[in-house]
Design a binder for this molecule. Sequence first.
Ligand code: LFR
Length: 490
Amino acid sequence: MVNTLAFDLGASSGRAVVGSLEGDHLSIVDTHRFPNEPVHVQGHMYWDILRLFHEIKQGLIATRLKGYTELQSIGIDTWAVDFGLLDINGDLLGNPYHYRDPQTDGIMEALLKRVPRSELFQQTGIQFLPFNTIYQLIALKQNHSPLLTQARTLLLIPELLRYFLTGKKISEWTVASTSQLCNPFTATWDHHLIEYLELPHYLFLKPQQPGSPSGTILPEIAAEVGYCELPVIAVAEHDTASAVIAVPAQEKDFAYLSCGTWSLLGTEVAAPVINQQALELNITNEGGINGSSRLLKNVTGLWLIQECRRIWRNEGLIATYEEEQSAIQKAEPFQSLINPDDPMFIHPIDMPQQIQKYCSETNQVVPQSPGALLRCIIESLALRYRFVLEQIEILTQKDFRGLHMVGGGAQNAILCQYTANALKRPVWAGPFEGTAIGNLLVQFLASGHIRDMQHARSIVRNSFSIETYEPTDTEVWEQAYRRFCTLFSA
Ligand code: LFR
């Protein structure tokens, strides 16, 4: 039996997960969990990066105390696009901004007046999201941020945390690809684009492929946490890339939905799909393992619910997950629908109020109770998934038999069932720990304990239970879908 350790950090929480591989069976154990709470200061939103690093060290200690004294390696995956800047001495300059920080408001639109949208897409293959690294850097430049003038190296969040552990500055391809500053064919930075934008070219280190060895933890950290000579692997460090690796698909062509704060829906392709249609549909080609591309679209996911919860908690309303589920079931179906991807929902102050505003402006019933709001969100998400899946099918000219749902959101039985209903196809839900499992699999691929991706996915099928949701009530869902498409044809 061989043990490896994954640190999997999402936008709302992080955890340390040990993976033990015995033959073709992988078992996982959570050894540490911690919240990831961004901090608002003077109109800005930051990641509490030093706290996150502290939690990584706590995770190492907790893992050892749980009896895992021998680890083959460790790996870190996190969300994408955000970064830290290092100065000439290798010290971190400032706190990394959260991708929902308002500094990027309006930046993308302004840049697209200078650079044609089609050209930027042609060069990078990346969807236009206002918070991509490219726009964050332009925002710093426009604000004459001293951070940018002093910076010598840019590291994306998982790379930065790995650097804190190892002292080695190494860029990793799956996460670098999300910046919208890379060429997906050469799997490296697009230096022409960087030059054109007048960004310092020396910030960017050549990305390494997922699975690359990246040194060992520093001696002082080894002494602090009680491990020595612990090797660190640059796994598929973008959490979504890790999640896609863990999709338990048997067939070559499959559709997936990685469901967490975001819902990432798409398929895996051998080469980037960059054409007029992909541009119009705003679909992305993020870097995957073994030169593959993740052809997908970001749908605003459980963020809508997480933000409602935050407000309700302060008001002493709904408290438990069970209360939420029963409130949804009691609420009237299809009263009001929203487009989850409307920019109104990127960083509102009060999500329930924002949804009410949206419904009122679109002349629909305004949901009042938490149950009505949650039902509106979940139905709208399921309908949006159908819309995006159909776009991916048009683009790839493929028909998918059903949808693999991985990640925490796949535990939400109502969401899975509604999605199956909306799609009129089965949903296969699981594993729920997709990102952490993908992280572990890449470490076993790197060590040669797993042969290839087919082997990796067969191990997932062999090790984790997967729930099937068959579609029901398809007629009413079809009607709702038509209404959804009329309301939001974008
Ligand atoms: C999911 C994710 C998405 C990315 C978003 C912001 O956790 O990594 O793939 O678009 O977060 O970084």
